[in-house]
Design a binder for this molecule. Structure first.
Ligand code: AMP
Ligand code: MG
Length: 337
């Protein structure tokens, strides 16, 4: 890995429900997180409304930058690079974060880099966790569910959801039975009190997974009077087993012996347990970043921007457009040998 001497990067993340600001500093080839603050938009009713979420981000971004600077104990003049999430994500949210980033770049006269959100989830693991070098990433968040690994010069998606993200599946189920958003943590608590396994569709197609059939079936069990605890338990057992299976197959195919978890659903202890058992059985290592680095956060955006900039990537303001459908394998990986 070659490095120029750009040191401190701010990351502005705004792909979906959260606006997040992080500062990181390069420490040899590792990443020191100086601060990492997140503010999440909670819809009053229903799911995320993109325009409302974007308004929330616009209202909070400058306050969050100030707070994050304070926490990092640095000033605006210490910032060397402005990194932001270019995509994938919700258009209005992405545009808000990108606009704030461009304004900061112009006023501080510092370079700007737009980064891929999914790749950032992976690189924050290799940047902050000792010995985590070349993992298969199981990225499980609200909107995204992908199994990603580096192969032949690119980060490639080995498997992904064919319909909704796993977090979205949990949240949709939760909403239909009256749980608050986000429902993942409550479903985890309820699942611990369940134990009767209700058969649900286990749909893996090739290396991809589908969740919407399972979601409907789970809702039907609940409507027919099955205990909510048992339905939650069955949802977790089925979806997490499918995610673990696809991850294991990607590890076998790429011959990698490290697995990394990322995304909000990686906070779930049952998912962690299943993936750890799988890793142990293959003599592989399972890595889980701290919770604030697993969820959508600014530090991961800051770090990937730094890796890109220091490997020679440059971006003009006029080329800093967002890309709602920015695919993981579209990224030119310049920072790895
Ligand atoms: P992200 O989109 O990566 O910020 O992650 C948000 C998603 O993570 C939401 O769908 C949440 O329901 C889900 N989530 C958060 N904590 C947990 C948990 N303990 N178990 C399952 N899902 C969770
Ligand atoms: Mg994410």
């Amino acid at each position: 890995m070659k490095f120029e001497n750009i040191m401190i990067s701010i990351g502005i993340e705004g792909t979906a429900h959260s606006i997040a600001i992080g500062f990181v500093k390069q420490n040899k080839n590792k990443c020191d997180v100086l601060s990492n603050l997140i503010k999440t938009y909670h819809p009053k009713k229903g799911g995320i409304h993109p325009r409302e979420a974007a308004n929330h981000h616009a209202e909070n971004v400058s306050m969050l930058i100030k707070k994050s600077l304070e926490e990092a104990k640095i000033n605006y003049s210490d910032i060397d690079l402005i990194s932001f999430s270019k995509g994938p994500g919700l258009g209005p949210c992405l545009r808000t974060a990108a606009t704030a980033s461009r304004a900061l770049s112009l006023s501080l006269k510092k370079p700007l880099i737009g980064v891929n959100h999914c790749v950032a989830h992976l690189e924050i693991g290799t940047g902050t966790l000792d010995k985590c070098r070349d993992p298969v990433l199981l990225y499980t968040s609200g909107a995204n569910t992908q199994v990603i690994a580096f192969a032949e010069g690119k980060y490639r998606v080995f498997g992904e959801t064919l319909d909704i993200g796993i977090g979205n599946c949990l949240d949709k189920f939760g909403r239909s039975v009256g749980l608050d958003f986000p429902s993942g943590p409550t479903i985890e608590k309820l699942a611990k009190k369940g134990g009767k396994y209700l058969k649900l569709p286990y749909s893996i197609k090739g290396m991809d997974i589908a969740f919407s059939g399972l979601l409907t079936a789970a809702q039907q069990y609940y409507e027919k009077g099955e205990r909510l605890e048992d339905v939650c338990y069955s949802i977790q057992e089925t979806t997490f087993a499918a995610l673990t299976e696809v991850t294991e197959r990607a590890m076998a195919h790429t011959e990698k012996n490290q697995v990394l978890l990322g995304g909000g659903v990686a906070a779930n202890n049952r998912l962690r347990e299943m993936v750890s058992i799988m890793a142990k059985e293959r003599n592989a290592t399972c890595f889980v970043p701290s919770k604030d680095l697993c969820v959508d956060n600014g530090a991961m955006i800051a770090w990937l921007g730094l890796l890109m900039y220091n490997s020679g990537v440059r971006m003009k303001i006029e080329d800093s457009l967002i890309d709602q459908r920015f695919r993981t394998d579209m990224v030119d990986v310049t920072w790895r040998e």
